[in-house]
Each structure stands twice: as C-alpha cells, then as structure tokens.
Design a protein around this ligand. Structure first.
Ligand code: CAA
Ligand code: FAD
Length: 379
C-alpha cells in the first residue's frame, strides 16, 4: 500500500475541496433548516463528473479509482453531508451496481445518464419491516412472463423524490428465501409507482428521504439485473462498496468538525489564554486527530483493496464501523470545544453532530457491521 497520493488523486481532492467551499458552504445552514435538496449543486457536481466518478469512460464516467472517491467524499462531507450522501448513493450503489451487474442494454439506457450526472439514482432495499433484516423482503415481484408485477413499500429511500432511476429489491419466489429475490430497475412515472411524503429528519436534512409505494407496477423483464434470484447477492455485493462511500462521508464529517474545533480553540480565549493552551483541550484535539487518522487509513485500505480487485467486504465494514463511531465522538467533542457557540447553528458543528448520527445507521448499522466483520473472522 502506497501512502503517497498520485497527482490525479490530489487534483480530485482539491477540486472537491474547492467545490465544497465555493458551492456547498454558501447556504448550507439554510438548506439544513428548510430541508432543501441541493438541486443546483447536484447539477454542477454532475457536470464536474462527481456523480459517476468510478464508472468507465465508455459509459460516461470519470474512470477514477476508489481512493479518489474516498478523497472527494471526505472533502464534500466536511461541509455538506446532505449533498455527499447523494454522491455516495449515485456512485457506489446505483452506478456501481449497474456497471458491474447490469447488461449492455441496461448500461446504455440507465447507467450512461446516471454516470454523466444528467439524472440521479436511488437504491431501494429497506422496508418498514426489513431494515437490518434485509432478507425479509415483503415487496413482491410476481413473474408475469414478459414483466414483473411489483407490489409493496420501500422505506427511507435517499433521493426518493429527486431520483429518476430506482433499483428496487423484491421477492419473487418466497419459498426460496433470499435466493428468490430480484433487483429491478424502475423509472419514475411508471404507472402505480408513487413517492410518499418527505421524512422530517434529525440530520442530513437537505437530502431527500421518502417512502415509495408500488401498486401493480409492471416492470419489464429486461429491467431485471442479473439472473433470476440474484437480487440479494446483488444488494450485498453492492453494499460492500457503498459502505466505503459512507465510511468516507463519516470521515469527512469528523475531519470537518475537528478542523472547526482546532481553529476555534486557537481564537477563543479563557482565563487569559487561548483554549488551545489548556491541556484538557489539547488532549481532546490529540484524541480527535488520532481517531480521524485511523478512520482515514481504514477507508483508504478498503478503497485500495477494491481498486486491486481483492476482497474488501470486511475491510469496508470495518472502515464504516470505525469511521462512523469516530464521526459521532469527534462531532460531540467539537461542540464541547465550542462551548455555547457550538450549540447554535452559525458555527456549523451542531449540524455536523446531527449529521454524524446517520452514518452509524444507514448502509447497515454499527451492529450489522460487527455481524459482517465477525462472520468473516469466524468463517
Ligand atoms: N456478498 C455476497 N453474498 C453475500 C454477502 C456478500 N457480501 N453477504 C451475505 N451474502 C449472502 C450469504 O452468503 C447468503 O447466501 P447463501 O445462503 O447462498 O450462502 C445470503 O447472502 C444471506 O446471507 P446471511 O445468511 O448472512 O443473511 P442474514 O439474514 O444473516 O443477513 C446481513 C446478513 C449481513 C445482516 C444483511 O442482511 C445486511 O447486510 N443487513 C443490512 C442491510 C443494509 O445494509 N441496508 C442498507 C440499505 S441501503 C442504504 O442504507 C443507503 C443509504 O442509506 C444511503
Ligand atoms: P432495525 O433493523 O429495526 O434495527 C433497530 C436496531 O436494532 C438497530 O440499532 C440495529 O443495529 C439493531 N439490530 C437489529 N438486528 C440486530 C441484530 N441481529 N443484532 C444486534 N442488533 C441488531 N435504505 C435503503 O434501502 N436505501 C436508502 O437509500 C436508504 N437511505 C436511508 C436514509 C436515511 C436518512 C435513513 C434513516 C435510513 C436509510 N435507509 C435506506 C435505511 C437504513 O439502511 C436502515 O434504517 C438501516 O439498515 C436499519 O434498519 P431499521 O431502520 O429497520 O432498523
């Protein structure tokens, strides 16, 4: 493993940093307050190639490696985790899933516009009664010959209203359990497909989380990804990479909160000296910086393994587990270092603290990451 970034990786990191400062930071507090989806910013991120970063140029993507993706996700998430979750879902769940498991027809029709950032995608696995327990799919896709008849409800879907292309996981052969599940591509506007109201959330409030309802939606057979019954394996394989994206998001939230706390500790004076001269504050900063570095190394290791076509499921679970726990701890400490100022919106750290929480929940809770890691250890 090389500890130096390439020129290209450094350029991508700088471009993401500039974008976050110039385009995401203005208005981030208001978007959070009013739950406004960063539509303009997404359009620009798409034009800059951040929505299909790792997709091959043959399909309209940037052809970048997963290390570059981690660097970009960290920079965007330092400033706006509501925007970065859109980047993560589009890149590592939707585009990855289509590029690696879709057929040529599906890639041309769906992947190309997604990779170019012309449209946004959503990944729909969770249901009201199937979150962690993802094999318990209640949504049914009945085989009708040329098409599947889809019925059911998906919950908590990121980009639920702003997406145009949806990958929906559903049960076709219930007697086969997880081996009877399929992954289908849906388009917004298909008859019988409705988007529920927007969730009013604690954090990542600018992102667009909805339930989705399917009533007798006819999905052409041509829109099934992979062989009949491949849907659960598809979801699990895709989530292995998705978790690198969320780990990098958590890393960004942690490093964003840390940088704010570090700067504030040098400016704010108590008892005649800057906060940063008090050893209690220095030790907090030392702990924060150490854990952030460890989280970054875990993210980069998972990305490196993925880039080298080596197994990375357990490494990505470790990265997500550690980085999300770090994000929560560091953001709480960043608020503490800011004192009362940390409790108000203008200083950004309270938002980062609220945003940190979701990284311990979505794409598999911390407890689920421990299941994934321990099963690998004990196998
Ligand atoms: N790759 C390939 N196959 C895998 C796999 C992987 N990484 N993980 C599991 N499988 C296979 C297993 O081998 C098994 O198949 P066989 O029986 O043929 O061997 C099958 O899948 C079922 O696996 P388990 O028996 O391990 O199933 P389980 O019921 O014990 O659950 C689990 C496994 C890991 C807990 C899984 O249910 C899980 O990951 N749950 C969390 C769901 C999740 O992460 N949801 C995220 C939704 S997307 C999202 O959240 C996006 C966002 O917010 C932005
Ligand atoms: P549950 O599975 O009910 O878990 C409740 C608690 O019990 C958790 O702490 C969990 O860790 C624990 N628990 C459950 N089982 C075990 C066990 N076996 N051992 C130990 N502890 C256990 N899903 C999508 O498919 N697509 C999306 O785009 C998406 N975006 C999301 C965005 C937001 C803002 C949110 C809140 C969720 C999103 N999700 C999405 C859903 C998310 O992945 C689930 O919420 C998550 O997987 C947990 O499922 P659950 O909420 O049903 O909790």
């Amino acid at each position: 493993m090389n500890f130096e970034y390439t020129e290209e990786q450094l350029m991508i990191r700088q471009a993401a940093r500039d974008f976050a400062q110039n385009e995401l930071k203005p208005g981030v507090i208001e978007r959070d307050e009013h739950q406004t989806f960063p539509a303009e910013q997404m359009k620009k991120l798409g034009e800059l190639g951040f929505l299909g970063m790792m997709v091959s140029p043959q399909y309209g993507g940037g052809g970048m490696d997963a290390i570059s993706y981690v660097l970009a996700m960290e920079e965007l998430s330092k400033i706006d985790a509501s925007a970065s979750v859109v980047v993560s879902v589009n890149n590592s769940l939707v585009c990855y899933g289509l590029e690696h498991y879709g057929n040529e027809f599906q890639k041309e029709k769906y992947l190309v516009p997604l990779a170019k950032g012309e449209v946004i995608g959503a990944f729909c696995l969770s249901e009201p009664e199937a979150g962690s327990d993802a094999t318990s799919q209640r949504t049914t896709a009945v085989d009708m010959g040329d098409y599947y008849l889809l019925n059911g409800t998906k919950n908590w879907i990121t980009n639920g209203n702003s997406a145009s292309t949806y990958i929906v996981i559903a049960q076709t052969h219930s007697e086969k359990g997880h081996k009877g599940i399929n992954a289908l591509i849906l388009e917004k506007g298909m008859e019988g497909f409705t988007v529920g109201p927007k969730e009013n959330k604690m954090g990542i409030r600018g992102s667009d989380t909805h339930s989705l309802m399917f009533t007798d939606v006819k999905v052409p057979k041509a829109n099934r990804i992979g062989e009949d019954g491949f849907g659960f394996t598809f979801a699990m394989k895709t989530l292995e990479g998705g978790r690198i994206g969320i780990a990098a998001q958590a890393l960004g939230i942690a490093s964003g909160a840390y940088e704010l706390a570090l700067n504030y500790s040098k400016e704010r004076k108590t008892f005649g000296k800057p906060l940063s001269d008090h050893q209690a504050i220095q030790f907090k900063l030392a702990d924060m910086a150490t854990e952030i570095d460890a989280a970054r190394l875990l993210c980069l290791r998972a990305a490196w393994l993925k880039d080298h076509d080596m197994p990375y499921g357990s490494a990505s679970a470790m990265a997500k587990l550690f980085a999300s726990e770090t994000a929560m701890k560091v953001a709480v400490e960043a608020v503490q270092i800011h004192g009362g100022y940390g409790f108000v919106k203008d200083y950004h750290v309270e938002r980062l603290m609220r945003d940190a929480k979701i990284t311990q929940i979505y794409e598999g809770t911390s407890e689920i990451q421990k299941i994934v890691i321990s099963r690998e250890l004990l196998k």
